[in-house]
Design a protein around this ligand. Structure first.
Ligand SMILES: [Zn+2]
Length: 602
């Protein structure tokens, strides 16, 4: 289904011909946004069929977010027809799968509705929408590797309906100066299509060039008060520094997609893609946002292309396990700050301060001595929190594994080699994104090969053991001193564990500390947290919980056995011992030389 816009007749005929040709040659998704009922109506055209039964599936997770969700709950009214519009029988054997009795029909169409999508109207007129692939596109089982096409129509009544996405327009790979008239796109596979979120309608847009490629900064939501000049400057400097690190930009175009909301500070989190990043809820362009931008951009190499074998091509219904999420996420954190420092976005003092903060988080967490970096990665699906397992974040631990590996390689090679060389070697190993991912043990092997030494024992200690990390020793190689304050500071502590449910509709309480703040408020295991101070957006709830000071009260709206219960919760607290990284003024000159090399990247 497609609603062509008013275009000159010749151009319109040309577009229709191109679309018709695509529909005949490749699997094609026609998306019709319906703002009134917040749905996408999808027509999925499947050519070249040879199977008596065609199976289509909706994913249960989105690559990059290691959380299982019930995306099928939003799929409705699925039906199928053959080329003569004759209805075909559809069977729904399990939650995520539909089987169509095609009886060898050479081509067929599947129609379905995606409910509860992000579409907005202003004064009754369609204003904007955001589409994420895994929640929207069913894939044809056995045909995910084929090229696909996407065609998005204007919702009736829309005044402006532009499309921002990293996908190639069907006219070719050259991108127009701004996103605008193109509504038809192509992707080499389902994975690439599903990985390219789409912002549509009316949005703010800026553009810059880095590494010879166009980069777009797209802002939607309540963005009138956002300092766009500052935001674009950060994106540009991050892009220049990180493409410089890897030696080029392995994409046709890159799109930063920011959702703004009044009153929110910093980056509320993001999701990485091959040619774009979705970054949530910002108004104030601050250092927290700089960090999120640098992190998501580094991911376009590390995890999207330099990835464990199992992270692409993806199994969307049986989430894959890997030991290496600490590398994918934690080493990405490590470089987000280190390369920001090298690119002049943060000062030397800021960089050392950030390191101290991460060490403070890790060293005040008893889980560091019970769970390894590998275990935190492998078992993330058990926690279903996209953070880690057993209370240990693979972000925090992984950043410190990256730090120790980098400093150790620099020390044993006298500054001749570093983790930078390991990352670039892995980049070569995955054939600059064209080849398959790396093996589970390839990081260790590459560290040994690049350093010219057997560092397996050291690697085991960092990534596979429950032992303390040699942080102070590694920092001393660079002439830095690590100290723990003897005076604790009092920090917020929820004293309960919450995680999103499968439907992503509420946070579920999965543990409550005895006699802690949550227990005293009457919170129980199994309660569904539906609002915090009346706010129901999940990310906003998380942010509020994280940002509330000890002793402050919140109203938690819970659902217990189907009954609504409001409780007054007083934020708990615990002692935390701050750690600091400082320059040792009497360090040997060799350590000073290594530190300068490390911090400058030269
Ligand atoms: Zn990440």
């Amino acid at each position: 289904m497609r609603f062509p816009r008013l275009l000159p007749l010749m151009l319109l005929l040309g577009l229709l011909c191109a679309t018709a040709a695509n529909a005949q040659s490749v699997i094609t998704y026609h998306v019709a946004p319906s703002v009134a009922d917040k749905t996408y109506h999808i027509q999925l055209d499947i050519p070249h069929n040879q199977d008596p039964i065609v199976r289509v599936q909706i994913p249960v997770w989105s690559p990059g977010a290691y959380i299982v969700g019930d995306y099928a709950a939003n799929i409705a009214d699925l039906s199928a027809t053959d080329a003569a519009h004759k209805p075909l029988l559809v069977y729904h054997p399990d939650q995520n799968t539909w089987e169509i009795a095609a009886h060898g029909a050479p081509s067929l169409s599947v129609q379905y509705t995606v409910k509860n999508v992000d579409l907005e109207a202003v004064d009754g007129a369609p204003r904007r929408g955001h589409l994420t692939g895994p929640r929207t596109y069913l894939y044809v089982v056995g045909r995910k590797a084929e090229p696909v096409a996407l065609s998005i129509s204007d919702p009736p009544g829309a005044k402006v309906w532009r499309i921002a996405t990293s996908l190639d327009p069907v006219e070719g790979t050259a991108n127009p100066g701004t996103f605008g008239t193109v509504h038809d796109f192509a992707a080499p596979s389902y994975d690439v299509l599903a990985d390219a979120p789409v912002e549509m309608g009316d949005f703010a847009e800026d553009m810059f060039t880095a590494a010879g490629k166009p980069h777009y900064v797209v802002l939607y939501g309540q963005h009138d008060n956002v300092d766009r000049k500052k935001l674009v400057d950060i994106c540009k400097r991050v892009a220049e520094t990180e493409t410089g690190f890897f030696g080029g930009a392995p994409y046709h175009r890159y799109v930063f997609e920011f959702r703004a909301a009044n009153g929110r500070t910093g980056g509320g989190g993001g999701l990485e893609h091959l040619g774009s990043a979705e970054i949530g809820t910002i108004t104030v362009v601050d250092d927290r946002l700089r960090f999120v931008i640098a992190h998501e951009f580094f991911h376009l190499w590390n995890v999207k292309r330099i990835r464990p074998f199992v992270l692409g091509p993806f199994n969307y219904v049986d989430p894959p396990h890997t030991n290496n999420l600490w590398e994918s996420e934690g080493v990405t954190d490590y470089y987000a700050d280190l390369l920001s420092h090298r690119g002049g976005l943060i000062t030397n003092d800021d960089y050392l301060k950030h390191l101290g903060e991460t060490i403070t988080t890790l060293q005040n967490n008893p889980a560091r001595l019970k769970v390894s970096a590998d275990e935190s990665s492998w078992h993330v699906w058990d926690a279903n929190n996209s953070q880690g397992y057993g209370g240990l974040s693979y972000y925090t631990k992984g950043e410190m594994v990256g730090l120790c590996l980098d400093l150790k390689i620099r020390q044993v090679t006298g500054g001749q080699r570093s983790l930078d060389d390991v990352m670039r070697a892995l980049w070569g190993q995955v054939r600059h994104g064209e080849g398959p991912g790396y093996g589970e043990d390839d990081i260790e092997k590459t560290v040994n090969r690049i350093s010219g030494q057997d560092l397996s024992g050291f690697y085991d200690l960092l990534a596979r053991s429950h032992e303390e990390m040699p942080l102070a020793d590694c920092l001393a190689y660079m002439g830095l001193t690590l100290t723990r304050s003897i005076q604790p500071t009092v920090v917020s502590d929820l004293q309960m564990n919450v995680r999103p449910d499968r439907q992503f509709s509420a946070l579920v309480v999965n543990s409550v500390e005895p006699d802690g703040a949550a227990a005293k408020a009457g919170v129980q295991v199994g309660d569904r947290l539906q609002a915090v101070n009346g706010v129901t957006d999940m990310r906003a709830m998380f942010q509020t919980l994280r940002a509330t000071a000890p002793g402050k009260t919140l109203t938690l709206s819970l659902l217990r056995n189907g009954n609504p219960v409001d409780v007054t919760y007083t934020m708990g607290s615990r002692d935390q011992y701050p750690w600091q990284v400082t320059v040792n003024p009497s360090a040997p000159s060799e350590a000073v030389r290594l530190r300068q090399q490390w911090l400058s990247g030269k």
